[in-house]
Design a protein around this ligand. Structure first.
Ligand SMILES: Nc1nc2c(ncn2[C@@H]2O[C@H](COP(=O)(O)OP(=O)(O)OP(=O)(O)O)[C@@H](O)[C@H]2O)c(=O)[nH]1
Ligand SMILES: [Mg+2]
Length: 370
């Protein structure tokens, strides 16, 4: 073989090597877009934040670090709730502190769905602060309220990925019908696979055939494994089998879907308790039970949380549809009255519309003055 032929082959191989990653990325993005269309989402659009491939690792919920979300975007998504609240707060902000302000504040907080008990407690402590610090301006009072809210919301919100040796981590998603369980699983799967983890989605909603298909589309879109049972199969055994498959395939985490159920249906809550017990046995170890609550349902979310916590030991809340809610104050009620951390927030239907709950951004987005 002559030298020039060798050089041509060498250059061709180098070009092919340089081209391969680009071709792979383009193909993957096309696949995602195609699958996203079929699950009715916009890939990469309408998300609350932007990041490049390089900073993905810095922005993930699973790392336990705060989301690097530009506050502007969060504000936009919460514009419905923000509009309602800021219109009512503007009067207070302009005035000097006076005795009628306390009632006005209580009214705004209750309208924002903060809940009666939590509102009364917040305002009573604010009165003490105003007195102790001799606050005179309405604007300072609102600053003190925001500081108090942020400190009330300071707690550990890490999502646990730990499992003992020889077991696989299982996160169970539970909640009433239509709150966004399956969609949230898809979004979480998207984040975890983007972070390089191997994920398996378990179709524990065996009640409706369409539920498994919906989840399967998310699995395809994220490049996650998928396990389903037959329609009407015992959800416990589907999730157990999924954990077994995950362990055999050396998958990092199982995200298990469950059928939506009303929190006051005793037999369905017992079924869920069994799902959790079985999922925690043998190959699986449940490190998170995430209760999905629809932010537009208001205070009813609190009763749901109480019942689900009693039945399955909820470890955190995923608050969905905050983008479409005129309220949002349910976060305070859930955390204070039920002592449950809100871990993730859904701000849209797209696969990237899920962020870590960040109290600082949240309080500013709802009660900030610009
Ligand atoms: N705007 C908005 N819509 C959302 C959000 N999360 C989910 N949805 C929509 O809510 C609807 C129901 O979502 P699902 O994920 O099917 O809810 P589910 O809890 O699995 O429902 P069941 O399995 O029937 O109990 C879908 O149209 C989702 O696109 C969110 O954060 N914001
Ligand atoms: Mg579902």
């Amino acid at each position: 073989m002559n030298t020039s032929l060798l050089i041509i082959i060498f250059v061709a191989v180098m070009l092919a090597l340089a081209f391969l990653p680009w071709a792979h990325r383009t193909w993957t993005n096309r696949q995602r877009s195609r699958l996203a269309d079929s699950v009715g989402t916009e890939v990469g659009e309408g998300r609350g934040f932007e990041h490049s491939d390089d900073d993905v690792q810095e922005t993930r919920a699973t790392s336990g670090r705060e989301e690097e979300l530009p506050s502007g975007s969060m504000r936009e998504r919460l514009s419905k709730a923000r509009g309602m609240i800021s219109a009512r707060l503007s009067g207070i902000r302009e005035e000097s502190v006076n005795s009628s302000m306390w009632e006005e504040l209580e009214e705004v907080l209750i309208l924002a769905d903060v809940g009666v008990d939590t509102t009364l407690d917040l305002v009573s402590r604010l009165r003490d602060t105003a007195e102790a610090e001799k606050l005179e301006k309405g604007a300072d009072l609102l600053e003190a309220l925001k500081a108090q809210m942020k400190s009330d919301l300071s707690r550990d919100r890490k999502l646990s990925l730990t499992a003992s040796q020889g077991a696989v981590t299982v996160w169970l998603f539970v909640g009433v019908n239509g709150v966004g369980k399956t969609t949230s699983i898809g979004k979480v799967a998207r984040r975890l696979t983007d972070d390089g983890l191997d994920v398996l989605l378990a179709a524990g909603d065996t009640f409706r055939a369409a539920a498994a298909e919906q989840l399967e589309k998310w699995a395809q879109m994220c490049g996650a494994d998928f396990v389903r049972g037959s329609e009407g199969a015992d959800p416990s055994s589907v999730i157990y089998d999924s954990a077994e498959a995950a362990l055999a395939r050396e998958v990092d985490i199982v995200l298990a879907d469950t059928a939506g159920r009303l929190h006051n249906k005793v037999n369905l809550m017992e079924e869920l308790a069994k799902v959790r017990r079985v999922a925690d046995r043998g190959p699986g170890e449940v490190s998170e039970v995430l209760l999905v609550i629809d932010a537009t349902t208001g205070q009813n979310g609190l009763s749901q949380a109480k019942e689900f916590t009693e039945a399955v030991g909820v470890t955190g809340v995923v608050l969905t549809k905050l983008d479409g809610s005129a309220k949002g104050g349910i976060v305070f009620a859930v955390e204070r009255e039920l002592d449950l951390p809100v871990k993730l927030v859904g701000l849209g239907e797209g696969d990237l519309d899920l962020i870590d709950f960040d109290p600082e951004l949240f309080v500013e987005a709802l009660f900030g003055d610009d």
